[in-house]
Write a protein that binds this ligand. Structure first.
Ligand code: NAP
Ligand code: F7E
Length: 346
């Protein structure tokens, strides 16, 4: 019999990649979806169509603030492994909605840890911790022992959940894992994160249907990897013989300018002719520099990133050029209004 996994935040980027990965490993996957006024399952629609009937992939309404639904789900599904991927994951939005970001980021994992503590079964728990917790003020390589210095409500809420996860592991002898993941991207990345904002706009610029792209601080540096590689690392942490904290990263860091340069040069374009900056995308407090040291995961989990930075940029650009072609058809037929510089972009 295959294992049973519960994934919170299954409609997000990582939820989609992890669901695919676990189903390939013969898991039955249950995912939580929060109610919204329009259906937003586009990242997992292929899984729904392939596996819903056989019961290998099941969706349930839940919310991080609804401890009752989380508790009931854990009792009824009886999972072997829980991956807590749900969060208000946008750093800039966390400055605008600090209470919501903190309530969901704190109460969600805590509710699940309590449910696991009283569960008769030994349920393993994965918490999606983040490199944002480090704060990135110094140009150093960061590992599991590096100190935290959160610079946003998002990062502070991740530190709380990280500490709670470790505390439950140490206090109650539970298999609770923190995956401290550095930025990871893909064609399924949310469109308001900087990499996808760039590749989505670039596709339209190449086709002549967008003129300018407005961004914020172009000098920040990030350790960017491919989401598909990172979900394998999450799973490996859960199979290791002891629960622990683990960094997943690439060991390379690049500025937003580097990303722009590689992306635009794929189409022989000079990014400086298209990109403008606006104060509205600058954050109240910036994480300037993130570089991860994944040597512990490499040595003990035999994990390493497989996709290079250049290949990641190319993969995202190619995918978004195809999407831009669809935008162009709809635009030519007057079926959509261009809202490329969207007021909710952040
Ligand atoms: P994402 O694409 O933003 O997905 C977040 C998921 O959480 C979505 O399914 C979202 O639902 C769900 N969600 C948000 N608020 C919720 C609530 N109140 N109740 C229930 N579900 C809720 O994020 P991601 O990039 O896949 O990242 C996965 C996790 O890893 C997140 O916790 C993120 O903070 C963390 N992380 C990400 C990175 C990265 O670089 N991607 C790095 C380190 C850590 P909707 O689809 O309805 O919005
Ligand atoms: O910003 C700068 C911005 O929003 C990256 C989340 O997955 O990774 C992500 O958080 C950098 C920042 O990601 C724009 O100021 C410039 O320095 O793509 P981002 P993030 O803040 O690093 C971590 C690891 C997580 O855990 C989070 O969940 O890019 N930047 N101009 C911009 N960023 C955005 N979003 N939009 C701009 O226009």
């Amino acid at each position: 019999m295959g294992k049973v996994a519960l994934i919170t935040g299954v409609t997000g980027q990582d939820g989609s990649y992890l669901s695919n990965f676990l189903i390939d490993k013969e898991y039955t996957v249950h995912g939580t979806v929060r109610r919204s006024s329009s259906i937003n399952t586009y990242r997992i629609d292929d899984l729904i169509s392939k596996y819903q009937e056989s019961g290998k992939f099941k969706l349930h309404y839940s919310d991080l603030l609804d401890s009752s639904s989380l508790n009931t789900l854990i009792q009824s599904i009886n999972p072997d492994e829980i991956y807590n991927l749900a969060a208000q994951s946008h750093v800039m939005v966390s400055f605008k909605n600090p209470v919501y970001t903190t309530q969901t980021g704190n109460m969600g994992p805590l509710s699940m840890l309590e449910a696991i503590r009283y569960s008769e079964k030994d349920v393993k728990f994965y918490q999606a911790s983040s490199s944002e917790m480090f704060g990135g003020s110094e140009k150093v390589s960061l590992n599991e022992k590096s100190p935290f210095d959160p610079k946003s409500p998002y990062a502070a809420s991740k530190v709380f959940a990280h500490n709670m996860t470790k505390m439950y592991r140490d206090s109650y002898d539970l298999f609770c894992v923190n995956g401290i993941l550095f930025n990871h991207e893909s064609p399924l990345r949310g469109q308001t994160f900087v990499t996808r904002k760039i590749t989505r706009a670039l596709g339209r610029i190449v086709l002549g249907i967008q003129e300018k792209l407005t961004l914020g601080n172009l000098d920040a540096s990030r350790d960017w990897g491919f989401a598909g590689d990172y979900v394998e690392g999450m799973w490996k942490m859960m199979q290791y013989n002891t629960p622990d904290d683990w960094v997943l990263a690439t060991g390379e860091t690049h500025t937003i300018k580097d990303f722009l340069s590689i992306a635009f040069s794929l189409y022989d374009l000079d990014w400086e002719k298209y990109v403008i900056t606006s104060e509205k995308y600058f954050r109240p407090n910036e994480v300037d520099y993130l570089l991860g040291d994944y040597s512990k995961a490499s040595e003990l989990l035999d994990w390493k990133p497989k996709t290079s930075f250049e290949d990641l940029v190319k993969l995202m650009c190619e995918s978004d050029l195809e999407l831009a072609k669809k935008d162009k058809v709809l635009l030519d037929e007057n079926l959509i209004t261009p809202t490329w510089e969207h007021p909710l972009s952040s």
